[in-house]
Each structure stands twice: as C-alpha cells, then as structure tokens.
Design a protein around this ligand. Structure first.
Ligand SMILES: *[C@@H]1O[C@H](CO)[C@@H](O)[C@H](O)[C@H]1NC(C)=O
Ligand SMILES: *[C@@H]1O[C@H](CO)[C@@H](O)[C@H](O)[C@H]1NC(C)=O
Ligand SMILES: *[C@@H]1O[C@H](CO)[C@@H](O)[C@H](O)[C@H]1NC(C)=O
Ligand SMILES: *[C@@H]1O[C@H](CO)[C@@H](O)[C@H](O)[C@H]1NC(C)=O
Length: 676
C-alpha cells in the first residue's frame, strides 16, 4: 500500500526558500556569521567496515522511514553489482528509525557478501534534521574519516510515493543502468549531476518537462511559483562563497531544485565541496530546529543545483531503467499436438533445418559456446538460458501461453511442459509472466482467420474461464511471477478476438484474483499489425499495451519503439524492440532484417527518446524484446552461427550506455530545455 503524501508537505520540504538576490552588491553573509562554537554533532556510528579509502562510487541514504529495508534493498543490490571497483554504502538512520543490532549485523553481512571491496557505514542521527544537511554531514564525516568517492548517489527514503519510486528506478533500477550513469560521468567531464527524468524543476519548467508524479503530486498541477522569502540569506551566503559575486544577478532565473531530493553527483563538484565545507559551521544552527534553521535546510536543498547552473556545469536526467522482457517460445521439445499435425518428432528445429532458402540464422552450436538445437526438457539448457539472459540485461521472460477452448488438441493447455518445469525445477530462474497467444492455431502458425485451422479458439463461458484461471493461479503464486502493485501481469496477444467475452471474462478473473489474495490483475494487450483495424474493446478494461515489435514494426517506429502511439488508449504504454522477422520458414511473407548493429542503434535511439519524454508514465519501464528464441520467425536474442553473441551483446551495450539528457546550458533569460 502506498501512503498518500500531502502535496503541501511535500511541496514545502522540496522547494527551497530561496530569496531572490538583487543585482546590487550583496551584503555580507549573515547566516554564516552565526559561528557558534562547538563541534558538529556527527551522527553516532553504529558499525563500519572500511576497505578502500579511494573508491569510485558511494551510496548515501538517509533513512527516515520504518519500511526502509524493502525500499533500499533493490537499489543497494544493483549499485553493489554494478562494478567490481571499491564501493561505499553509507546508511544514516534519522527520525528514530534506528535498526536493531541484529539488523545492523545483517546489513553488514549482506553488503560484504555482495561486494568484496565495499565500505559500509551505519550511523544514527539524533533529531529529525532534514535530508540534504544529513547527506552533507555524512559526506563530511566520510571525508574526515579519509574516505572519498568520485561519484555519489544521494537517495532519500521517506514514506513510499511515486516520486521516490521514480527516483530508485531512474537512478539505480538495474546494474546496467548504474553503469550507464558511471559511463556518462566518465565520458563527460563537464557533467556534475544526474537526476531522474522529469524531476529537475525551475520557475520556468513547463509540465511537459516534468514527470507526472512531480507535476501532480509535488507541484499540485501548478508550475513552481518561485522561491519563498525565508532562506535568502543562507543561499546568498553559500553562493557568495562558491562563486563570489559572479552571476548572482542570474540566481533568480536559475533557481533550481530536484524534486524528490535523489540524484547522482560528482563528488568534486565545486558547489558540493562548498556545501560540505560549510557544514561544520552550519550544523549547530541546523540543529536548533527553529524557523531560521528550517530556512537554511530548505536553502541547502537547492543551493547545489542552482550553483551548478550558475557555473555552467552539466545537469542531466535519466529515464527509469528499461527492464527488458524477452518473449519466450516454449516449444522445442516433444509436444503431442506438434506431432499430430506435423509428424513424429516435429519441432521448429526441423522446419529450420528443412528450409531451403538463403540467409537464415541458426542456433550457435554447443561446441562454439551456444545452446545448439536444444531440447527444452533439459534443465541444464534452461539454466544456461537464464544465465545468458541475466548477464546481458534481460530482466525477465514472457512465456507464450497456449490455452485453447476448441477441440483438436490433446489438452486445453498446449506446450504446458516448459512453464510446468519452470515452476517445478526452478529453471530458468528469472522473473516471468505469461502472454496468452489467444489466436486459433493455424497450419502456418499465423493465427489468420480463414487459414487451415488446427485448433480453434472458442473462449467458452464462466466455467471455462474459471478453469483457465485455476490453471494460471498456481503460476501467479510463484514468487518469480511478475506483479505490479500485487497484481499479476498477464498479457493477451489479441484481446479483440474475445469480442463480447473479454469484459465478463476479465471480471470473473479479477474477482478470482482478489479471492486468492492478489490486488487484482494487470492485463496487457499487444500492439501488432492488426491492432487498429480490429480494436473493438474499451481500452480502460485493460491496464496497458505493449509494442510487440516484430509484428508492430513501422507502426511503432521500426526496429525499436521511439514514441507513444497516439491511438493506443490503454492507460500505460510499453515500448519494445525486434531482433528481426522472417515469415518464410512457416510459409508466410514479410521480413525485417536486423543486424546486431542495427539492433543496438535502434535501442540507443529508443532509450534516448524515453529520456526526452519525462511525461511518459509507466509504473515500471518494461521493455519488450521480440524475442528470446522465436527461431522459426527469425527473431531470437540467443546466440547464432552468424553473429555469435551479437544480439545479446548489443542489448547489454545499449543498456549500459543510456545517455542522460543534459539541460541546455542556461544564460540569463534563456529558458528552453534541450529536447534531443
Ligand atoms: C524526518 O521527519 C521530519 C519531520 O517529520 C521530516 O521533515 C523529514 O523529511 C524526515 N527525514 C527524512 C530523511 O525522512
Ligand atoms: C492534477 O491533475 C491530475 C489530472 O489532470 C489529477 O489526477 C491530480 O489529482 C491533480 N493533482 C492535484 C494535486 O491537484
Ligand atoms: C493437460 O495439461 C495439464 C496442465 O495444464 C497437465 O497437468 C496434464 O497432464 C495434461 N494432460 C495430458 C493428457 O497431457
Ligand atoms: C525519437 O526518435 C526519432 C527516431 O530516432 C527521432 O527522429 C526523434 O527526434 C526522437 N524524438 C525525441 C523527442 O528525441
């Protein structure tokens, strides 16, 4: 359950009270002159392990919420897996959320188990001091302790909300995405800050540059009215320390903050050094917890971003990490229906071997490190698939699910053995969900009406829907079965074929899902060639639609999606990419030839478009690649004799080089944001 966040409270804690600096020579700093004596009260150190003084990346988390473990574990795991270089984890518990000694030990064990060169610091901070000063204090004490980093991630953990969810998906959603961030900092020396797409706010940011969560929940559908009067002195003092008088008259235009307060930052960024250096003097003041202290806290929240812009340094944004879902064809083993229709021992391998034309990809042999013409009943084959997938950035599989109401097969459930094995022997050990290939089974595997139908679809009635659901629910209960907000994801390739039965069937299913303890079902349709001509259902019956790229092709942007399709009315729209298409093996027409190079190029473009469209809203950025192993149609990520591991490597390269989008460098008065 997500707690609703009062927009007012969030607004206050996120918007710095920067008072506009007038063009005259500013007066001497005032707040900074409260140089009260006395040591900074650094946080109480609970435990630490120090293994590397100069480490590449450090994760700094302020934990002000009791449900912290579930919120940071994913990010922690991905950051620690992103690199072998020394990495630091600094967890500071504030607001009385101190963990027990056992929890601390468990954390230490976890981090050490994940990374052999990890620093870890667990601290408690007394009081409820706000987020940014706590972060600066952590950095200050790390620096005094002789630990330094090149790049740091500041992550705020407060009660879960959409802005925070966006932050953890965009900043540490996958290890590949974390590598993209590190690659960007390495490639662009002028870049100092990376925030989630649609969270960098200034007075002139329009809604189309904001993530919906920021616009709706933080700003309450308004644009930021600009800084309030309270904390002018602090910011002005800090700016003076940082830039001298340079550009102070532009500060009004450039006043900027990151909604949600989570971002990656270059440790050597000048304003960050200034802020950290100021902390020992500011700490006693911040701890007073009066109005003035509050103003200073808020001022610190936007000082760094504003000063970076004054200095003309790069600020950029990243989209939510693409989570690649590869479509998986559970054939390639002995299936009674295949043998009945196509002869003993038939699988698509035979069709591939018998094909006389030119230019087909065939699976890479085992001798060359591939999977060969495999048999999916072998657990070892499925386990190798899982390893290849994980290493190259495939988050999960979507298994085609075959369920027929009509007569003609041995069973309503066809090709059920692969998912059954997934459940019972655990391989592939990867998140998954089903895509119901709900077309009639035709001789050319095309699902075209009017063709030689081998098993028709009838879609049945309530009793049949219940039976189908009972079959599915054993999978839904699997911890690997993917869910969104506790709703199992289930895609239907062509929901339009169910016609009038779609609505009552989904109603029955959704209520059965509730009875089984889920919060409902998350139903997707696919956008393919026939999507528009056949679209005959109310789009809001479904939760989303995904671009089924091998079938969607030109409609969706070619090899990879590059935009939301205007005509898709389902609430969420997921993008995708194709590794190719060739209908010839099954006697069909149509071809889309895609080399690994083309594939990578298209992915890079697609991810760049995501970054440029922060207003696009999806709860998780699932990205559908067609396919993992659809060899007969020639769309497969699996290694082949021609390109070897080319497609998998292309995928990983693209995922590790998602390019952050830089805000256009601003000069006084200029307000446009870069869009490409
Ligand atoms: C701690 O609590 C205070 C007051 O409720 C809040 O303003 C602050 O943001 C919290 N700190 C964190 C890191 O969540
Ligand atoms: C902003 O508008 C959206 C719809 O346009 C609405 O769902 C949301 O609740 C609004 N938010 C606020 C805080 O008014
Ligand atoms: C029919 O499919 C179910 C799985 O849905 C399986 O348990 C059963 O053994 C199958 N029956 C036959 C005859 O293959
Ligand atoms: C999206 O991608 C297309 C094709 O790569 C490109 O022409 C277009 O400019 C991109 N749009 C944005 C907003 O980046």
């Amino acid at each position: 359950m997500r707690e609703a966040v009062s927009p007012q409270a969030t607004l206050c804690s996120l918007i710095c009270g920067l008072v506009l600096v007038d063009a005259q020579v500013p007066e001497a700093a005032t707040l900074l002159e409260h140089r009260e004596e006395g040591e900074v009260r650094l946080a109480e150190v609970r435990r630490y392990v120090l293994r590397a003084r100069n480490a590449r990346l450090g994760l700094f988390v302020q934990i002000g919420h009791h449900d912290w473990a579930s919120q940071i574990s994913h990010c922690l795991e991905e950051v620690l897996s992103a690199t072998d270089e020394p990495t630091g984890v600094h967890l500071n518990f504030v607001n009385g959320t101190a963990p027990s000694d056992d929890e601390v030990e468990e954390l230490l064990g976890y981090v050490q188990g994940k990374h052999s060169k990890a620093n870890i610091f667990v601290t408690n901070s007394a009081g409820a001091a706000a987020d940014m000063p706590q972060f600066l204090m952590q950095l200050d004490s790390a620096t005094r302790g002789g630990v330094d980093y090149d790049i740091v991630l500041k992550l705020r953990v407060s009660p879960r909300d959409d802005v925070q969810q966006l932050a953890s998906q965009a900043l540490c959603g996958t290890r590949f995405h974390v590598r993209s961030v590190l690659n960007a900092f390495a490639d662009r020396p002028s870049l100092d800050l990376i925030a989630p797409a649609g969270t960098i706010v200034d007075r002139k940011t329009s809604s189309k540059h904001l993530a919906p969560a920021v616009f709706n929940k933080v700003l309450g559908n308004r644009s930021w009215a600009g800084p309030s009067a309270g904390s002018a002195k602090g910011v002005r003092s800090l700016l003076l320390m940082n830039t001298g008088n340079v550009g102070l008259n532009e500060a009004e235009d450039l006043a900027t903050y990151v909604a949600g307060g989570s971002f990656w930052l270059r440790r050597q960024a000048e304003p960050l050094k200034t802020a950290v250096a100021a902390i020992p003097r500011l700490a006693p003041l911040i701890q007073r917890r009066d109005e003035e202290a509050r103003s200073l806290e808020l001022a610190l929240e936007c000082f760094v971003t504003t000063a970076l812009r004054l200095r003309g340094r790069g600020l950029a944004t990243m989209p939510s990490a693409p989570k690649v879902i590869a479509m998986y064809y559970p054939q390639f083993h002995q299936v009674p229906e295949l043998e009945k229709f196509f002869g003993d021992g038939y699988t698509d391998w035979k069709a591939l071997e018998d094909f006389k034309g030119q230019g087909l990809r065939k699976p890479l042999s085992e001798e060359r490190g591939g999977l060969g013409f495999y048999d999916l009943m072998k657990r070892q084959v499925r386990s190798r698939q899982a390893n290849l997938a994980k290493q190259h950035g495939v988050h999960g599989f979507s298994y085609y699910h075959y369920w027929f109401g009509g007569e003609g097969g041995h069973n309503k459930s066809v090709m059920w053995k692969v998912p059954y094995q997934v459940l019972h022997d655990g391989q592939p050990n990867l998140p998954y969900f089903f895509t119901w290939a709900n077309e009639p089974w035709t001789r050319k595997f095309s699902g075209q009406a009017g063709e030689d139908v081998l098993i028709p679809q009838t879609y049945g009635d309530r009793e049949a829907w219940e039976e189908h659901f009972e079959h599915l629910v054993q999978y839904f209960k699997d911890h690997r079965y993917m869910k969104i907000d506790n709703k199992p994801i289930f895609a239907i390739l062509r929901p339009q074929l169910l016609e009038g039965k779609l609505e009552p069937m989904l109603k029955v299913w959704r209520s059965m899902a509730l009875q089984k303890g889920f919060s409902g079902l998350y139903i997707l349709s696919s956008v393919g060639r026939r999507f528009y001509e056949e679209h005959n259902y109310k789009a809001d019956l479904l939760d989303g639609a995904f671009h089924n790229a091998p079938s969607c092709r030109d409609l969706c942007g070619g090899v990879a999606s590059n935009r939301d399709l205007f005509l898709v009315k389902e609430p969420h729209q997921y993008w995708g990419a194709a590794t190719g298409f060739d209908g010839r093996v099954h006697g069909n027409s149509g071809a889309l030839h895609v080399t690994p190079k083309d594939f990578q190029h298209a992915l890079v473009g697609s991810f760049a478009n995501m970054t440029a469209m922060p207003q696009r809203h999806v709860p998780e950025n699932l990205f559908f690649v067609g396919s993992w192993n659809h060899w007969a149609e020639q769309h497969a990520l699996e290694p082949d004799e021609t390109y070897v591991f080319g497609y998998l490597q292309a995928l990983r390269n693209a995922l590790e080089h998602v390019k952050p989008l830089e805000l256009e460098a601003r000069h006084s008065g200029s307000t446009t944001q870069a869009t490409a």
